[in-house]
Design a protein around this ligand. Sequence first.
Ligand code: SF4
Ligand SMILES: [Zn+2]
Length: 577
Amino acid sequence: MAIKELLKSRIKNRADLSSFKRKIAKKYKIQCPNNIELLKVYHELLKKKRVKKSVRVDEAKASSSASFLLRKNSLIENLLITRPIRSLSGIVNVSVLTKPYPCPGKCIYCPFEKGMPKSYLSGEPAAERAKRLKFNPYLQVKKRIEMLENEGHSTDKIELRIVGGTWSYYPKHYQNWFVKRCFEAGNNRNSKLKNRASIYGSEGEEEDKVLFACQNLKIIQRQNEKAKHRIVGLSVETRPDFITISEIKQLRKLGVTMVELGVQSIYDDVLRLNLRGHGVIETILATKLLKDAGFKVLYQMMPNLPGSDLKRDEKMFEEIFSNPDFQPDYLKIYPCALVKEAPLYKLYLKGKYKSYSKEKLINLIKKIKLKIPYYVRIQRITRDIPSKYIVEGGARISNLRQIVQEEMKKESLKCKCIRCREIREKYTSEEKIYLFREDYEASGGKEIFLSFENKNRQKLFSFLRLRIPAYALRVSAGKPSQNQKMSEDGPLAVFPVLKNAAIIREIQTFGEVVPIGAKKIAPQHRGLGKRLVKKVEKITKNEFGLNKIMVISGVGVREYWRKFGYKLRQTYMIKKI
Ligand code: SF4
Ligand SMILES: [Zn+2]
C-alpha cells in the first residue's frame, strides 16, 4: 500500500520522502518504514508487474504523462537507495564490529552492556547485526555485501570501517585475524551466503583462526588488489594515547588508511573530570604522528560533557580549526547521550549533570557547522543509540542532522563541509568546473587541499589532500627548527622510505563513475583524479623541491596508482618525480 501511495505522491527530494514515511507510519499505526523495506516491496511489485519498471531520466525523454510516471519512479528509486552519494562515486560503506572486549578507559559517559563491545548497546542497528553473527568479521562483511547488492548498489569498492571499543587494545593476533578475514570476504567471488558451513566449517572464531592462520595477511591483501570486492579504505577507532610509532607500523601492516580518534574534548579539565585517562597533549601527538604517516584523521568530538558548557563547546570547535595542532580531516559530532548504563547517570541523579535541550543542541550544531572549513567532512552527527536508552535532552533526536539542515536552509545559512558540497543528483555535464587550492598549517607540516568545484563552491566534484610533513619541509627550507627536528623521530623511524617525500593522504572523485541521468560525461569532467595527481606532482617538485610522492593507498586502490607509475614500498605507493 505504502509503495503505491509513494509512487502516486509528489515527492521530489529526501525531505519529502522522510515526511511521507512519517505520515504513512501515523496513518497505518506502524513503525516508520525504512528505505530498504520500501525498496524491497517496490522490487517485489515490479517483479509481479504491479508497478511499472523505472528507467533513467535521460532515457525517458518524451514529455507524455507515461514518461513522467517513469521519470518519477526512477527518482523515487534513487531516493530509496540509501547513501546515493557513495554510490555515485562507486564506493559503499561496510561497518564491522569487533567482539566484546574490555577497554582500558573508564570514561564516565560510556555505557557498558554485557555481551557487547564497550560503548555499544544492543538495539543499535549495526551492533544488532554483528551480535547475530557472533561478531564474526567474515560473515559481517559477506552479509553486508549481500544486503547492499540486494539494495541495488555496486559493491566493487568497499570502504571498510572497523568499530567497537578501542581497536589498539585488542591483542595483535586478534587484529591480524580480524582484518585478514575481512579481506578474505572481499576476495571470495561468491557473494551469496548459501551455506555457512561450506565457507569455513564452523562459526567458531577459534576454528576459524586455525584454518586461516597459515595464510599470510600480505598474500590475502595482494589478492584483494584485483578482487571482486576491493577494500579501498580501511578505518579503525581508537584512543589518542594508544597512537605510538609501533602502533602506526601495525596499522599500516593491516592496511588502515584512516584513524578515528576518540578526542571528545580539547580541555584537560574536562578530560580529567570524565576520567578519559589522557590529556590534550596525547591528541596533539597522535594527530601529528598519524598525519606524518599519511593517515586521514577523524576526530570524534563530544559536546555537552560534564565540565563543559555551550560557550566552551562552541569555542572548542573554533579552536580545532584554527589551531594547527588539531585540524582533523573528518569530524563526528556525538553529543553526550545520557544513558542509565553509564556512570554519568549517577551524577545526573544527584543533580550534577544536565543534558542540553533540543533547542540548545540544534543551535550549537548550527554554530559549529558555520565554522567548518572547505577541507573537512562532517561524517556524522549523533550516535545511532536508540532513543529509548537516552534519558533526556537533544541527543534523543535521531535525525538531528536533518533538522539542523532544514533550519539552516530556512535561514539561508550554508555548511561548507565536504559532505554538504559533494555532488549528488544535481550533476549536469554542462556545469563548468574550477580548480581551488587551500593551504594550511597542520601539526608542523603543510597541508594543500586541491579541489574541482563549481564557481560558487557549492558543488564538489573531486579533491585531493597533499601533505608536506615537517621532516620534508626541513629539506626544502634548509634549516630545521627545534619542532621540525623532533618530528624526525616520527614515522621515518619505521618507514625510512618516507624520507623527503610529499604525501597524498586522500583523493576522491564524485559522480564520475555513474552520473545519474548523464549519458555522456563532458570532457572537462573526465579524469579529474588524474589531473589532480599531475598538479600535485608539479607542486611537490616546483614549490618544495622534493622529488618523491608517496600515497597511503587502500589495498584495493593500488592498481589505480600503478597506472600512474607508483610502486608498492613498505605499504605505501611511491613514485620518484
Ligand atoms: S575509551 Fe572509548 S570505549 Fe573506552 S571507556 Fe572511553 S569512551 Fe568508552
Ligand atoms: Zn556540512
